[in-house]
Write a protein that binds this ligand. Structure first.
Ligand SMILES: Nc1ncnc2c1ncn2[C@@H]1O[C@H](COP(=O)(O)OP(=O)(O)OP(=O)(O)O)[C@@H](O)[C@H]1O
Ligand SMILES: [Mg+2]
Length: 509
């Protein structure tokens, strides 16, 4: 695919500084016509920043950008669109109360003839067929899953005629099936001569989809390689600058008393529809119980029920032998329940507050962090410094507002906070989503340590490999029901897959 192609984008000596950080340090990069080019690098390596420079969101402090051989100044996102550059960001910017087509034409036609919605709808349908992007042009955005919303973002860029597409960790929010569909779309774009920059931390994906890979480390380009000349191990060594070891995790032999006991639980989702049906399971001290399932099968509601955020309509939830069914989330926290939610922006953090403040968000009442009615600032700062070091969070300082952290480093802040709060039960959704390979290994090792210290852990994930390597048992959720609970030692990906598609354990075995 690569070779003899025209150069779509040439970045030369791009440097971008933020207070205390050089996010991009004299980066050179060429993107060819009809190429899928992956940007790889640790959390905070500068990937998103470089793409934001190329979409006119950030102005580089130094360096030049050429598009199709012509030097350009990208002052703002509009300039980038005019150059045929479009980006799908790590979080989306759609209007929920508008339809798919309305969202796609939003902001178009200003100063020109107004866009006719019927015509636009036809064109959206055409694009969607042409590129295999499945979405109903007349649906409202609030009705769409995250995966579908991402497709709207892609169609929006195609609608504007982009030839150069930048996708920032598109698969982090997709189920494995949706990711496969996205890859079909990306390949069809490539076949039509589009140039694509793809960002992902999942090395198997990177190997499967890319023509070439550029690795950023500490803001610098440390190498561009053809995918056929490399392998996951050497990519991760290049990325981290040292050998990454992939550990195995022994289960704990003797389990303790049950920490969480859920019996006959039913619950409704936020739209008032049944989301959980007759859920029964327990997790013992020293155990990691995994929940597998395609997103949207009750995972969110399950996590909320066992952390006190959603009251079940029937059944009971006991923590450490105490009935907690009707208790508040505050009481769950007091009972030693920690929660790492899937949505790390909304419930989990306050964007404008510093790292240290976010770390003590739920602990300011503890004697250690209180000074009379006030926060013991010195204690909070000491604690923040420790977590930043332990979790290898890349940030200029503990006082940095967390809004300026990279995507993966924000995740680490929440994981660090929840994992170090004293707890008996840890509920984690998609523990390693958006984390680089080093951080992923670290988080898995930490979860394993917690198990061996006798904590109980509920790990909700779509990553079957992760569940198989870490958990003691795996429960499979389908349409709000548990299809069966398997021993992780004996479970196989194929049978888990069948159960995720709705077959009961007895039928699979
Ligand atoms: N708006 C900003 N203000 C201040 N610092 C920023 C800002 N955006 C990014 N940074 C810093 O620049 C560096 C690079 O961040 P960037 O988001 O580009 O990383 P990334 O490679 O995309 O990481 P991830 O894999 O975690 O998404 C980080 O140290 C980050 O904290
Ligand atoms: Mg990023």
């Amino acid at each position: 695919m690569v070779g003899g192609n025209k150069i779509a984008v040439a970045l030369s000596g791009i440097t971008k500084r933020f207070p205390g950080v050089i996010a991009n340090d004299q980066v050179d990069l060429e993107l060819l016509e009809g190429e899928i080019h992956t940007l790889l690098g640790e959390n905070g390596a500068g990937k998103s920043t470089l793409m934001n420079v190329l979409t006119g969101i950030y102005r580089p402090d130094a360096g030049t950008i050429s598009i199709w051989g012509k030097a350009v100044q990208l002052e703002n996102p509009k300039d980038a669109i005019e150059q045929g550059i479009g980006m799908v960001h790590q979080s989306f910017k759609l209007v929920p109360t508008h339809t798919v087509t309305e969202n796609i034409v939003l902001g178009l036609g200003r100063g020109l003839a107004p866009v006719k919605i019927e015509e636009a709808q036809t064109k959206v349908a055409e694009l969607s067929a042409q590129y295999g992007v499945k979405v109903d042009p007349a649906a409202y955005v609030w009705q769409l899953s995250i995966g579908e919303q991402q497709r709207v973002e892609i169609l929006k860029i195609l609608f504007r005629g982009a030839k150069i597409l930048l996708l920032d960790e598109p698969t982090a929010v997709l189920t494995p099936q949706e990711a496969d569909e996205l890859f079909v779309t990306l390949r069809s774009m490539r076949a039509k001569g589009h140039s694509i920059v793809f960002i992902s931390h999942k090395l198997d994906e990177v190997m499967a989809i890319s023509d070439r890979v550029t690795v950023l480390r500490g803001g610098k380009n440390v190498g561009t390689v053809l995918v056929k000349d490399t392998n996951p191990q050497s990519l991760s060594n290049l990325m981290v600058g040292r050998e990454i070891k992939f550990a195995t995790f022994p289960r704990k032999e003797a389990l303790g008393d049950p920490v969480l006991e859920v019996e006959g639980v039913h619950a409704l989702n936020s739209r008032g529809l049944p989301a959980l049906r007759d859920i029964t399971f327990s997790v013992a001290a020293g155990e990691i119980l995994g929940f597998a399932g395609v997103a949207g099968n009750g995972q969110q509601e399950l996590a909320e029920v066992i952390t006190g955020l959603l009251e079940p309509t029937a059944g009971s939830v006991r923590v450490n032998g105490v009935d907690m069914t009707r208790e508040s989330a505050r009481r769950f926290i007091d009972a030693g329940v920690s929660y790492v939610p899937a949505d790390r922006h909304g419930v989990a953090t306050v964007a404008d507050m510093s790292l240290s403040h976010n770390f003590v968000l739920r602990r300011y009442r503890e004697p250690k962090f209180a000074k009379g009615p006030f926060l013991n600032f010195a204690a909070a700062v000491g604690y923040a410094r420790r977590l930043i070091k332990e979790f290898n969070i890349s940030t200029p300082s503990h006082a940095t507002p967390i809004r300026s952290l990279s995507g993966g480093n924000l995740q680490k802040v929440i994981l660090a906070r929840e994992m170090t709060t004293r707890h008996r039960l840890l509920v984690v959704m998609s523990a390693t989503r958006g984390l680089d390979v080093g951080a992923t290994e670290f988080v898995r090792e930490t979860l394993n340590e917690h198990r061996h210290k006798g904590r109980a852990i509920v790990l909700i994930s779509e990553d079957l490999e992760e569940l198989l390597s870490l958990t003691n048992r795996i429960a499979v959720l389908f349409h709000g029901e548990i299809m069966g609970i398997l021993d992780a030692d004996k479970a196989e990906i194929a049978s888990l897959g069948l159960m995720m598609a709705g077959q009961a354990q007895a039928e699979v075995a």
